[in-house]
Design a protein around this ligand. Structure first.
Ligand SMILES: *[C@@H]1O[C@H](CO)[C@@H](O)[C@H](O)[C@H]1NC(C)=O
Ligand SMILES: *[C@@H]1O[C@H](CO)[C@@H](O)[C@H](O)[C@H]1NC(C)=O
Ligand SMILES: *[C@@H]1O[C@H](CO)[C@@H](O)[C@H](O)[C@H]1NC(C)=O
Ligand SMILES: *[C@@H]1O[C@H](CO)[C@@H](O)[C@H](O)[C@H]1NC(C)=O
Ligand SMILES: *[C@@H]1O[C@H](CO)[C@@H](O)[C@H](O)[C@H]1NC(C)=O
Ligand SMILES: *[C@@H]1O[C@H](CO)[C@@H](O)[C@H](O)[C@H]1NC(C)=O
Ligand SMILES: *[C@@H]1O[C@H](CO)[C@@H](O)[C@H](O)[C@H]1NC(C)=O
Ligand SMILES: *[C@@H]1O[C@H](CO)[C@@H](O)[C@H](O)[C@H]1NC(C)=O
Ligand SMILES: *[C@@H]1O[C@H](CO)[C@@H](O)[C@H](O)[C@H]1NC(C)=O
Length: 474
């Protein structure tokens, strides 16, 4: 080796081995991660996981309508909906991938009828719902000014209902408008959407690259590598949001091999091992007391302090878990998502689950509830009766045959049947039947309570008792 090469190697080596700044090493230690390239890689994988979900959503939106445009579906989700995991079938979605680096945006929220649940939820790309306009918050219709943290809301807000600062230059807006029935109300919701708009104003020069499909080109086929590649590519446009994280995160990402928009795996790091440690961190969080408080009868819920919000991006483990399970979750005041058990449900085609509800789930008059079926990939389950969910807008009946939500209906116990999509139950069960994947197998159900009232989380409502038995057939 030439002397100057040796010198370079020593210098380069000494740069690489320089101790991490103390905010960086303290942050790794607080998460029980080693202060080295492996620990930094585990951190970066957890930190960057939601960006894979952002990619899934943004790539679709950028392909169809480009950035800063609210594209909307014109029907509720179906089994062919693949751009989000666990879509609801209660609302029609509109989505935008936003890029506020070189422009501000004017969002127009149209007036809607009084009993209509609606939400314009604003997220950073990690899925943190930092602001919401909607029926629960009793927001006013009109124009809202949206800005990035580089600009500020103190000036020029006259004439707007509000001014909202995005904590990161890129992000998403997810609009959800309740569909009361799958007939004429779909047209009503579409007419609201036709009055929603997002318009760029105040253009300015930016040193940041514009959000585009190129950001997602040729990602590795390996999930860990692609997560780290995406974290590198989006780093400048999705920076940490608190001073603590701004001091700690860049050093950790650099130690993991993320710099100047590119990921280069450090030679010492075994990514399979790193992924196992990511899973161990997730399991430690899931099993720690208080993170999934129980609602009784096997139902639990992610601690509401993490429902859609993650302490300005510092709660990276629940943020990653939420992104994987239910990206773009709502805050607890807008919706609750109790889950059944820690594991997936599973049936053969000769078995069924019966959910025995103690009574109507507690939601406000403009709220609603549903139980939706998902296959093991998180998508809706195809079936001949077009039932992806049951809830207050289904024609569910009490055992007497009376409608649970008929005019003048009383409260009381009723049952929902979860059974193979190809094993139809007797006709008095049809409206109460939630079809499971045909041929048996694993699945999950998501219970959603929109605009929940206090009974939903203070222990006064008894959650459904779930029992497994034989399929119910004629
Ligand atoms: C780290 O480990 C300690 C001791 O096992 C535990 O009390 C703590 O909850 C862990 N922290 C995290 C973030 O996993
Ligand atoms: C939704 O859009 C498609 C394609 O433009 C159109 O064919 C369909 O009729 C629309 N459906 C509704 C309910 O508006
Ligand atoms: C990913 O896999 C596909 C099919 O196996 C292959 O064609 C493609 O080149 C791979 N992409 C990368 C970036 O490795
Ligand atoms: C990488 O880690 C995995 C899981 O810990 C292990 O099975 C594998 O042997 C390791 N690979 C190398 C090259 O050390
Ligand atoms: C981590 O957990 C996920 C989800 O359960 C699983 O698919 C993956 O194989 C696990 N990774 C490793 C390296 O064990
Ligand atoms: C939710 O987490 C917070 C903060 O960690 C904790 O104080 C609270 O007790 C937890 N809630 C429940 C119901 O366990
Ligand atoms: C709504 O109705 C249309 C046609 O009438 C059907 O194709 C679609 O699957 C239905 N959607 C749901 C969620 O039932
Ligand atoms: C409920 O019944 C009414 C009246 O028969 C019907 O118009 C409506 O489509 C039904 N709703 C569902 C979700 O099946
Ligand atoms: C259907 O009828 C059976 C037999 O009478 C009864 O046990 C069951 O509760 C009914 N199911 C519903 C959903 O009404």
């Amino acid at each position: 080796m030439q002397p100057h090469h040796l010198l370079f190697a020593l210098l380069f080596g000494s740069i690489q081995c320089a101790p991490l700044s103390s905010p960086s090493s303290d942050l790794l230690r607080s998460l029980n991660l080693s202060v080295d390239e492996l620990g930094a890689t585990v951190f970066s994988l957890i930190y960057g996981t939601p960006l894979m979900n952002f990619y899934q959503l943004a790539a679709g939106t950028l392909t169809s309508v480009g950035p800063n445009f609210i594209g909307h579906r014109n029907t509720t989700a179906t089994a062919s909906t693949k751009n989000v995991v666990r879509p609801n079938v209660d609302t029609i979605y509109g989505t935008a991938a936003t890029d506020l680096s070189a422009t501000d945006l004017v969002l127009v929220v149209p007036p809607m009828d009084a009993d209509r649940f609606y939400l314009f939820a604003l997220y950073d790309p990690y899925g943190d719902n930092f602001a919401t306009i909607g029926s629960v918050a009793a927001s006013k219709p009109g124009k809202y000014l949206l800005r990035s943290s580089e600009s500020n809301c103190d000036d020029d807000c006259e004439g707007y209902q509000g001014c909202i600062t995005f904590p990161t230059p890129i992000g998403t807006i997810l609009v959800r408008i309740e569909v009361k029935n799958n007939g004429t109300d779909v047209a009503e919701v579409n007419s609201y959407f036709s009055k929603v708009s997002l318009t760029p104003i105040n253009p300015r020069k930016s040193s940041l690259p514009a959000l585009s499909l190129a950001d997602f080109d040729t990602l590795s086929n390996n999930t860990a590598v692609s997560t780290l590649e995406l974290t590198a590519r989006l780093e400048s446009r999705s920076p940490p949001e608190t001073a603590d994280f701004q001091a700690a995160v860049p050093g950790i990402l650099a130690l993991a091999g993320i710099s100047n928009g590119v990921y280069t795996k450090p030679a010492s790091v075994n990514l399979t091992h790193a992924s196992e440690l990511v899973n161990a961190s997730a399991a430690a969080f899931t099993n720690a007391p208080g993170n999934y408080p129980s609602f009784g009868n096997g139902w639990s819920i992610l601690n509401s302090s993490y429902s859609g919000t993650f302490e300005s991006g510092t709660a990276i483990i629940p943020r990653a878990l939420t992104a994987t399970a239910l990206y773009l979750q709502n805050q607890a005041a807008n919706a609750l998502y109790p889950t059944l058990g820690a594991t997936q449900l599973s049936l053969t085609d000769s078995e069924a689950y019966v959910f025995t509800f103690s009574g109507k789930p507690p939601v406000a008059s403009d709220g609603f509830w549903s139980v939706t079926m998902y296959d093991d990939a998180g998508y809706l389950v195809p079936n001949d009766v077009d039932t992806y969910a049951v809830g207050d807008r289904s024609n569910i009946t009490f055992p007497s045959g009376d409608l649970v939500y008929g005019s003048g209906a009383k409260d009381g116990s009723f049952q929902v049947l979860v059974q193979d999509a190809n094993v139809p139950p007797p006709s008095n069960w049809t409206a109460n039947w939630l079809p499971a994947p045909s041929g048996g197998g694993d699945f999950t159900v998501t219970f959603r309570l929109y605009a929940p009232t206090t009974g939903a989380s203070d222990g006064s409502y008894a959650y459904p008792v779930v029992t497994k038995g034989d399929a119910i057939t004629a």
